[in-house]
Design a protein around this ligand. Sequence first.
Ligand code: 5AD
Ligand code: SF4
Length: 364
Amino acid sequence: MNKTVEGILKQDDYTRDDLITLMKIDNQEDLNRLFKKAYEIKAKYVGRKVYYRGLIEISNKCIKNCKYCGIRRDNTHVERFDMTRDEVLEAAKWIYEHNYGSLALQSGERQDEEFVSYIEDLLREIKRLSNGKLGITLSLGEQSYETYKRWFDAGGHRYLLRIETTNEKLFKKLHPQDNHHTYEVRKRCLEDLRDIGYQVGTGVMIGLPGQSEEDLVDDIIFYKNMKIDMIGMGPYILHHETPLGQEWKEKVISEEKRVELGLKMIAITRLYLKNVNIAATTALQGLDPKGREKGLLAGANILMPTATAQQHKNKYLLYDNKPGIEDSVEQCQQSMDEKVLSIGDKIMYGEWGDSPFFKSKKSK
Ligand code: 5AD
Ligand code: SF4
């Protein structure tokens, strides 16, 4: 006999079939049960606590050409920018002075020596200006082992690199077939990062045409098998100037469904992995004004308020209708604070907020 959702949620461990049943929940009652259980697991394993990562989008130049992304190389309508060294350090200082425990540097991908050493220098400076106190996450794409190692030695200690989907056929559909966008390299990068000693984050896009509930469950199982410490994932959102934004206009499931799937992914990941860090992402908020709060209630414990220089914010557009680009950094912080407090979680100012999972691996 098929198990009920209620029955599955009483278990402590889950089979792949259990996870698929949860992913296919199609009624509000069971959905509420799922979110409630995921929030309980969050409270038990990581606490009702939220950590901030101040996000600095340092450049929208990119050598890659992902077919879903607004700042892909071939999009000639994008005005390309680099934040200057001073702008980045000023943003880092703001984040430090406002007592966020850590920041994240994100940009399009570049692998040239000028970029690699620029980042190295920034890392050292950020360490210096914060007396070694700010945690630093990098989200700068695929790099060689040597580059990852240089950045680690300079002070980066967490790295986010999304696998995007573990369905390799779909991965091929998402990327040009030009040898610069392969699943094998992406996966090898995640292994290199772990090998070097980073806390490793990954994630996927949710609600892609051709992506099944089984695929999403396999993504979660991938996180577990790869011993991933942090998860950042969100709904896929069309960008009108991209190949897939055009092709998938009529094919993509409704925004409500994508938000619902995104929340299910957070909740089921929390149930299955328990003590990792999970972000409620901007993309979730992009499709639902209450997306971030809902993400926290479904088990997320990380928020990434942007601290990108105001004059550049409207150029870092991976998808259409990105929220918050008009807000000042202060407004971003205030609206985040209100969101967290409204659901009764506590904001953990001034702490790195490493996942208990990472700490438990280290002490083994
Ligand atoms: N919709 C949602 N997420 C996107 N990303 C890029 N383009 C989109 C889009 N159109 C995500 C990818 C990438 C991260 C930086 O942003 O998952 O890894
Ligand atoms: Fe570049 Fe990242 Fe966009 Fe791909 S998803 S085009 S690597 S910024």
